[in-house]
Design a protein around this ligand. Sequence first.
Ligand SMILES: Nc1nc2c(ncn2[C@@H]2O[C@H](COP(=O)(O)OP(=O)(O)OP(=O)(O)O)[C@@H](O)[C@H]2O)c(=O)[nH]1
Ligand SMILES: [Mg+2]
Length: 205
Amino acid sequence: MVFGRSKRGGNKTPAEPVTLKILVAGGFGVGKTTLVGAVSEIKPLRTEEALTEAGRPFDDTHGVEAKSTTTVAMDFGRITIHDELVLYLFGTPGQDRFWFLWDELATGALGAVVLADTRRLEDSFAAIDYFERRSIPFTVAVNRFDGAERYPADTVREALDLDSAIPVLECDARLRESARDVLVSVVEHAMRSATLRAGRAPAEA
Ligand SMILES: Nc1nc2c(ncn2[C@@H]2O[C@H](COP(=O)(O)OP(=O)(O)OP(=O)(O)O)[C@@H](O)[C@H]2O)c(=O)[nH]1
Ligand SMILES: [Mg+2]
């Protein structure tokens, strides 16, 4: 877990904010780059490449037919939640052929968002498995696409076979406030998980 407090202020200088790393993950075309771009207060770093004819058999654009590019390395952005908390956002590439980058991106992450699309919920399984195996706390955010069926959170939770402690919420990845709510949920959930783990530690020792 990365908790950065780069400088300590004296009595008069306010302390530097805590900086936390959050991953934005999920299947191909689910809105990861969109979410990082919507919420970032700096110009987001993007590594987009055009989708090509050659990639068509691998790049399933069903439901996001307007999509013309895909992330090939990562997205990077930053959001200040309040004076004392800044989040650095790392959006993962959505396609299986870039899995080799995930371990690098996940190093030091406090938590993650798994974006989901109800038309292709199964595309979220790989990201969910990844974070569960590594005990990285995550929130599932269902991105509301036009024309996609909407379901209660508990139905999504059941379909994804999620533990009851894992937050499931809806969002619109294009809207800053909505994306921010998702990130706050990740931080809160990660803090709860850390507190629970700390509370259990003596009993387990
Ligand atoms: N209607 C609607 N469209 C969205 C929403 N979020 C993203 N999109 C569109 O969906 C498409 C895919 O978005 P991206 O942000 O590129 O998805 P991604 O997950 O980064 O894709 P990869 O990096 O290729 O895996 C784009 O055309 C977006 O404009 C949303 O909340 N609602
Ligand atoms: Mg992307």
